[in-house]
Ligand binder design. Structure first.
Ligand code: NDP
Length: 339
């Protein structure tokens, strides 16, 4: 039987953590035949709640769960981990300036970078969920220079999945028949959900989303309008809509998409399918190198590759640049917090 994989979840006593740890323990993240040892890290004020989550994990008697480390000690939390899902972060509170939130998170991610660098397993894969996710991931990368940049990523898969869900609802097709949407850029309201390359499986074969109603010119115009206008803002504003409805932020879907992100990264994407991941830019699509930017990627043998050669129209180009500009600004702000 397989050796257990150690998975760290920071902020594990929080909302997303509570939804995420049972998914990991059930094999949703790493496969139904892959034993896991969960490392749950949180801060001292959350220690008691964390212990409660640990008790529930014991009570759930998950066959794949071979051990639980619940701790407020960063070194203990990071030791030997093969996968690290960073959910813990300082939340934006009312009246706080963007710079104050950034400053808190920069110091958290700087400290956690050092702990991971020193104590995690070699080749540990890191996924940052906590906001500002792209910039937190960038800080982590900078302060853990021995962790290869290809091993550090941030979550935009929730936005990606939201886009798939919206297309499925609007075209009245199964979500499993829709693929290859792209989230470009920042995990923020400047992100660009791009459906230009998305397809839907139909009885007559795979069709581009944009051509699905091409036999009716009028409908086509309506759809185009919606995809460029209302669709984009729905995906961008979905988080706020869920908070309004639930009085709590989206935790189930965030946790589920974190599992999708790691699963595809480790086990590979299906042939012909790409997914969105926030990764270190190498300058592809003229995105400034050195930002953590969400790109379309395929994964194989535990490594992601940015999908190359997709046509970018003028409208999209502007959107790609706008979100890159925001990330460059965030990067500068993060650095100003360091000095
Ligand atoms: P959640 O579990 O709801 O959210 C955790 C983080 O994920 C937040 O930064 C949140 O950003 C981010 N996030 C990213 N995508 C989404 C999404 N789609 N929906 C919701 N959140 C998203 O927060 P809780 O407050 O319940 O839990 C946070 C935990 O972190 C607590 O247990 C706390 O003790 C711990 N913590 C750890 C710190 C540390 O490591 N030093 C510091 C502070 C807290 P956003 O804020 O923008 O919603």
């Amino acid at each position: 039987s397989k050796e257990p994989i150690r998975v760290l979840v920071t902020g594990a006593a929080g909302q997303i953590g509570y939804a995420l740890v049972p998914m990991i323990a059930r094999g949703v993240m790493l496969g139904a035949d892959q034993p896991v040892i969960l490392h749950m890290l949180d801060i001292p004020p959350a220690a008691e709640a964390l212990n409660g989550v640990k008790m529930e994990l014991v009570d759930a008697a998950f066959p794949l769960l071979k051990g639980v480390v619940a701790t407020t000690d960063v070194v203990e939390g990071c030791t030997g981990v093969n996968v690290a899902v960073m959910v813990g972060g300082f939340p934006r509170k009312e009246g706080m300036e963007r710079k104050d939130v950034m400053s808190k998170n920069v110091s958290i991610y700087k400290a956690q970078a050092s702990a991971l660098e020193k104590h995690a397993a070699a080749n540990c894969k890191v996924l940052v969920v906590a906001n500002p996710a792209n910039t937190n991931a960038l800080i982590l990368k900078e302060f853990a220079p021995s962790i290869p940049e290809k091993n550090i990523s941030c979550l935009t898969r929730l936005d990606h999945n939201r886009a798939l869900g919206q297309i499925s609802e609007r075209l009245n097709v199964q979500v499993s028949d829709v693929k290859n949407v792209i989230i470009w850029g920042n995990h923020s309201s400047t992100q660009y959900p791009d459906v230009n390359h998305a397809t839907v499986k139909t009885p007559a074969g795979e069709k581009p989303v944009r051509e699905l109603v091409a036999d009716d010119a009028c409908l086509m115009i309506v759809l185009l309008y919606r995809l460029n206008g209302e669709f984009i803002s729905t995906v961008q504003q979905r988080g706020a809509a869920i908070i309004k409805a639930r009085k709590l932020s989206s935790a189930l879907s965030a946790a589920s998409s974190a599992c999708d992100h790691i699963r595809d990264w480790v086990l590979g994407t299906p042939e012909g399918t790409f997914v969105s991941m926030g990764v270190y830019s190498d300058g592809s699509y003229n995105v400034p190198a050195g930002l953590i930017y969400s790109f379309p990627v395929t994964c194989k043998n535990g490594e992601w590759t940015i999908v190359q050669g997709l046509a970018i129209d003028e409208y999209s180009r502007k959107k790609l640049d706008l979100t890159a500009d925001e990330l460059s600004e965030e990067k500068a702000l993060a650095y100003s917090c360091l000095s």
